[in-house]
Design a protein around this ligand. Structure first.
Ligand SMILES: NC(=O)c1ccc[n+]([C@@H]2O[C@H](COP(=O)([O-])OP(=O)(O)OC[C@H]3O[C@@H](n4cnc5c(N)ncnc54)[C@H](O)[C@@H]3O)[C@@H](O)[C@H]2O)c1
Ligand SMILES: C[C@@H](CO)CCC[C@@H](C)[C@H]1CC[C@H]2[C@@H]3[C@H](O)C=C4C[C@@H](O)CC[C@]4(C)[C@H]3CC[C@]12C
Length: 368
């Protein structure tokens, strides 16, 4: 690939660039976008690893900032050709208030859109989520669905509600005139549950298993299937979309794409065991009787919380909402990204699995 000053012209901004997904997007851009001149990494908390990236041919600019602050966002966006907006408050565990979740996920996204419009940035890629679709509050399964599959997307939890609102804002902004008179081109990527190097929940399960003497206890039936997607492939999709958005604006503008790869459909726990098993953990025990039928509807929540008391060890991760999500089949089968912008997973399932196992093994012994 050419690597001269003439070919390096583009300025990219990645919001949330120090998060789990954001770091992979940043590293992928440096590896796979030869036209990159400057990469701005915007995050509330900057990672020390950014320093090592500053010695390469691309100017890496670390910006400590808050997406809820419109002036900070506008300053970071000014002069960028492409914005990849991954920053978000990923909280389904009740750690943050609903107001804070909306402030970051919805107002933060509004600020990004307005900054693009004011400063003349034309290309905006938004990291949405499968949760914009489902599982819904009725616990309806979504089985091998695609972007056009009819599904009642009804939510109450602040996280999916905020992601859905933000996604709608991004898609509605497609075609708006930006400073200078050209049209904004936007699209949204909807990852299913992401896994891979840096996945905090996987790390938590691993440490929990170690504390329990090498065992984890099954809490959901193996028949409930989930789609999962490797973080490297999600990052690659973001980079590819960003690269193709200009040439294929008419086709891709205002579109949504599920993020998918060759990872197998399995229950959440069985899938995690693909990595935790080779690291020495076993999955055993029985799930609470009838637990898979619960977690649906507010009337059952109190009963569910009572039933969950024996599983207190899981308490930080388990609540009626997360149990309902874990207990509802949600699998995606689509080729839209391939048809629209030529996406093929960069990492095979074997590769994704090996990389994740190596990472879990390296986590061993590190503080939880
Ligand atoms: N992890 C998943 O399984 C998953 C699945 C689907 C979609 N997503 C979406 O992907 C995106 C990234 O998720 P992640 O799993 O990497 O989460 P993460 O928490 O690791 O990363 C989010 C990043 O955003 C930053 N951030 C949070 N609030 C901010 C603010 N006010 N201003 C600036 N930066 C802020 C955080 O510091 C963090 O670095 C999110 O938008 C999330 O909704 C994640
Ligand atoms: C029954 C428990 C003990 O073994 C396991 C509980 C697992 C839950 C904590 C997770 C099950 C499904 C996860 C969610 C899903 O993968 C998709 C998501 C979308 C994304 O936008 C944010 C994260 C998440 C909501 C993810 C969160 C954790 C689960 C609910």
């Amino acid at each position: 690939m050419a690597d001269s000053a003439e070919t390096r012209k583009l300025v990219y901004l990645v919001t949330g660039g120090c998060g789990f997904l954001g770091e992979h997007v940043v590293r992928m851009l440096l590896q796979r976008e030869p036209r990159l001149y400057e990469l701005r990494v915007f995050d509330l908390h900057l990672g020390p690893w950014l320093e090592e990236l500053k010695t390469g041919p691309v100017q890496v600019t670390a910006i400590q900032g808050d997406v809820t602050q419109a002036h900070e966002v506008a300053a970071a966006v000014a002069g960028a050709h492409v914005v990849i907006h991954t920053a978000g408050l990923v909280d389904v565990f009740g750690r943050a208030s609903p107001e804070t979740i909306y402030e970051v996920n919805v107002q933060g996204t509004k600020n990004v859109i307005e900054a693009c419009v004011q400063t003349g940035t034309r290309f905006l890629v938004y990291t949405s989520s499968m949760e914009v679709v489902g599982p819904n509050i009725k616990g309806h399964p979504f089985y091998r669905g695609n972007e056009d599959t009819p599904y009642e997307a009804i939510h109450r939890h602040p996280y999916p509600c905020s992601k859905a609102q933000a996604e709608r804002l991004v898609l509605e902004a497609n075609g708006r005139k930006v400073h200078g008179g050209l049209a904004l081109v936007t699209c949204a990527l909807r990852p299913t549950g992401i896994y891979g190097e840096g996945h905090q929940i996987m790390r938590d399960f691993y440490h929990q298993g170690l504390r329990l003497g090498g065992r984890l206890f099954r809490a959901i039936p193996a028949s409930v299937e989930h789609s999962r997607v490797y973080v490297g492939n999600v990052a690659w999709m973001h980079v590819l979309v960003a690269q193709e958005l200009e040439q294929r604006a008419a086709l891709m503008g205002g579109q949504v794409y599920f993020c998918y790869d060759e990872s197998p459909f399995k229950s959440y726990e069985d899938f995690n065991m693909e990595f935790l098993g080779p690291c020495g953990l076993r999955l055993g025990g029985t799930r609470p009787p009838g637990a898979h039928r619960l977690g649906r509807g507010p009337a059952l929540n109190a009963l569910l919380e009572w039933l969950l008391r024996p599983l207190l060890l899981y308490a930080p991760l388990l609540n009626p909402y997360t149990l309902a999500v874990a207990n509802t089949t949600f699998t995606v089968s689509t080729d839209k990204a391939q048809r629209h912008f030529g996406y093929k997973p960069l990492f095979s399932w074997e590769d994704s699995r090996t990389r994740t196992i190596r990472w879990v093994q390296a986590v061993e012994g590190s503080a939880p």
